[in-house]
Design a binder for this molecule. Structure first.
Ligand code: NI
Ligand code: MN
Length: 223
């Protein structure tokens, strides 16, 4: 059980188990903190939490160049198909799919979801099992007490939790979220990309959870 985790910045990640690579919310073009170029992202899957531009990002170019499958809400997948993406895995909250690397489940998230003025379905969190490691990426969301239930059901090893405030939880509520989820490790995301979401991750300090602060472009070998 070993997984290479690269933080693309903002809410974006690349997960690589050596045989398969999964990108999450690959927002690179226009991301002032991103260190990675879209053309350098090689993956077989792109998991999207919702349709906002700071998550959808470079999905179309990365998916087309890699012939990658887009996994996300039904409406996002329909949009991607209209834009010429050949492979999609449409889902909705509560659903889970098996993949060649493991599985993906979508959860609820309290947020909104649109792109180019078009409705993009439910905003979601994504729970991804790859290389024997389970990661709960909360997406953009407010705090909700069912995070405790999701933690019990899916037993994530790592939680990626937004702390930027304004559009999502801030550090105090995110601290509660991390304690609800109960993953051993929590990575703060969705902060400092722009002034309105500037935060000090030191204020994200859940009890009995190791906080792993990652810099954009940083790679971490887990397991
Ligand atoms: Ni959003
Ligand atoms: Mn966002």
């Amino acid at each position: 059980m070993t997984l290479t985790i690269t933080y693309l910045g903002h809410a974006g990640f690349l997960l690589d188990d050596g045989a398969h690579a999964v990108a999450i919310d690959p927002f690179l073009t226009g991301n002032p903190l991103a260190k990675t170029k879209p053309d350098d992202v090689n993956c077989q899957y792109i998991v999207l939490t919702h349709g906002h531009a700071d998550h959808f990002g470079d999905t179309l170019s990365i998916a087309k160049r890699n012939n990658a499958a887009v996994v996300g809400a039904f409406e996002i997948c329909t949009y991607c198909e209209q834009q010429g993406i050949a492979k999609t895995e449409p889902m909705n909250p509560g659903g889970q799919i098996s993949t060649d690397f493991g599985w993906v489940a979508l959860t609820q998230a309290f947020h909104s979801s649109s792109f180019d003025g078009q409705y993009m379905g439910m905003p979601c969190g994504a729970i991804i099992n790859i290389g024997g490691v389970t990661i709960y990426h909360c997406g953009d969301t407010g705090l909700f007490s069912d995070m405790k239930l999701l933690g019990e059901l899916y037993k994530p090893d790592i939680a990626c939790i937004p702390i930027g405030d304004r559009f999502t939880m801030g550090p105090e509520l995110a601290t509660k979220a991390a304690e609800f989820i109960g993953a051993k490790i929590a990575i703060p995301i969705h902060y400092n990309t722009w002034p309105p979401i500037e935060q000090d991750p030191a204020n994200f300090n859940p009890a009995d959870v190791e906080v792993k602060v990652m810099a954009p472009g940083e790679t971490w070998q887990y397991g």
